[in-house]
Design a binder for this molecule. Structure first.
Ligand code: NDP
Length: 338
């Protein structure tokens, strides 16, 4: 069983060498009699920014730290090879928490979601039909509470979550602007995902001025993926009674000490509502999300770009690449296709 392990806790930016590939002892492809576990063959693995927090010892994340010397865990799509749990049977496809390895034994399989709809690419369950999609849906519709005609700004807009938030906002009749870190991504935002406007934040001298140019009358809703200086620039451009869904702050994840936001008093004067959320608290809404999004996909009303790398050995570089913006769309890894 090939596995990617965390060598040791990480400080600063993660590197490929923090996550070596090892070959562990052969795995028994049959579960012991009476086991309640499931045995999975991993097909697709998801690379997600929150995994950085799990590589730190103390700062940690909202989920437990990884254990040095043990395989990395994360969201993935897998095939059930053997099951001792009544919810799953051999041959089922599932998505949920699995290991960065060829085969995994999941001892608490009730956390896995059974994949019922296989008319769409299975890889979509690493993102669009899994955690990232749910994050965009809950974050935008529940936390932002959008109204038609409102002005919406999305940062890290060409990523897994951002591309969907922008499209949901357009479906809601909002005016939507996104930012991303390359020309290619900015072109995608405007020409593929239907954002009204987009800019490359790396080419702007003054983010506050860039937002002022895009939103002469201010921002009603900010979908926050980046934090730091971006948040500061946004606060200066928010309208009275605006809402901010604090989804993530990727610019801060590799810093030993986070950057301060100097103009937080604007939250008071502008009567803003900032609400953080963690998608793990909202999975009861998954059936409702699927009912909403599957028809949109099948009618071609939602488009979705994946950045696919081949082979378990490519996973560390793909994960590291999230923090330099190397990925275009949802970053995933193919371990096996069936
Ligand atoms: P993405 O697919 O958007 O990948 C991350 C992107 O972030 C990169 O491609 C890069 O794009 C951008 N980025 C990286 N470093 C920086 C930086 N220093 N400053 C600005 N932008 C940067 O990832 P996801 O869509 O999976 O995640 C987006 C956000 O949502 C993250 O903050 C993540 O932590 C958060 N999240 C939160 C969840 C929750 O439950 N609250 C659940 C899932 C995600 P670019 O080219 O634009 O720089």
């Amino acid at each position: 069983n090939k596995q990617i392990i965390l060598k040791d806790y990480v400080n600063g930016f993660p590197k490929e060498s923090d996550m070596p590939l090892i070959t562990s002892s052969t795995i028994n492809l049959k579960l012991p009699e009476g086991s309640n576990a499931v045995l999975l063959k991993n097909l697709y693995l998801s690379c997600d920014p929150y995994m950085r927090g799990r590589m730190s010892e103390s700062k940690g994340s909202y989920v437990d730290s990884f254990t040095p010397g043990s395989p990395i865990t994360g969201y993935g799509v897998a095939k059930v090879l053997d099951s001792g749990h009544s919810k799953f049977k051999k041959g089922d496809f599932v998505w949920g928490m699995t290991g960065w390895e060829e085969y995994s034994i999941i001892n608490a399989p009730e956390t896995l979601f059974k994949i019922e709809d296989t008319d769409v690419p299975l890889s979509y369950y690493t993102g669009l039909l899994g955690m990232a999609g749910m994050t965009a849906y809950v974050g935008f519709y529940e936390i932002c509470a959008p109204k038609k005609g409102e002005y919406v700004y999305v940062s890290a807009a060409a990523g897994a979550v951002g591309q969907l938030v922008g499209q949901f906002a357009k479906l809601c009749g909002c005016y939507v602007v996104g930012s991303a870190g390359t020309k290619e991504k900015v072109d995608l935002l405007k020409n593929k995902y239907g954002f009204d406007e987009a800019f490359n934040y790396k080419e702007e001298q003054d983010l506050t001025a860039a937002l002022k140019r895009c939103f002469p009358n201010g921002i009603d809703i900010y979908f926050e993926n980046v934090g730091g200086k971006m948040l500061e620039a946004v606060l200066s451009n928010m309208r009275l009674n605006g809402r901010i869904a604090a989804c993530g702050m990727i610019s801060q994840y590799n810093l030993e000490e986070g950057e301060g936001v100097r103009n937080l008093f604007l939250v008071v004067t502008k009567r803003l509502r900032i609400q953080g959320f963690i998608i793990g608290d909202h999975y009861h809404m998954y059936p409702k999300y699927m009912e909403t999004v599957l028809p949109l996909i099948k009618q071609g009303k939602i488009c979705y770009i994946e950045d696919v790398v081949e082979g378990l050995e490519s996973a560390p570089a793909a994960l590291v690449g999230l923090f330099s913006g190397r990925n275009v769309g949802k970053q995933l890894v193919v371990v096996a296709r069936e």
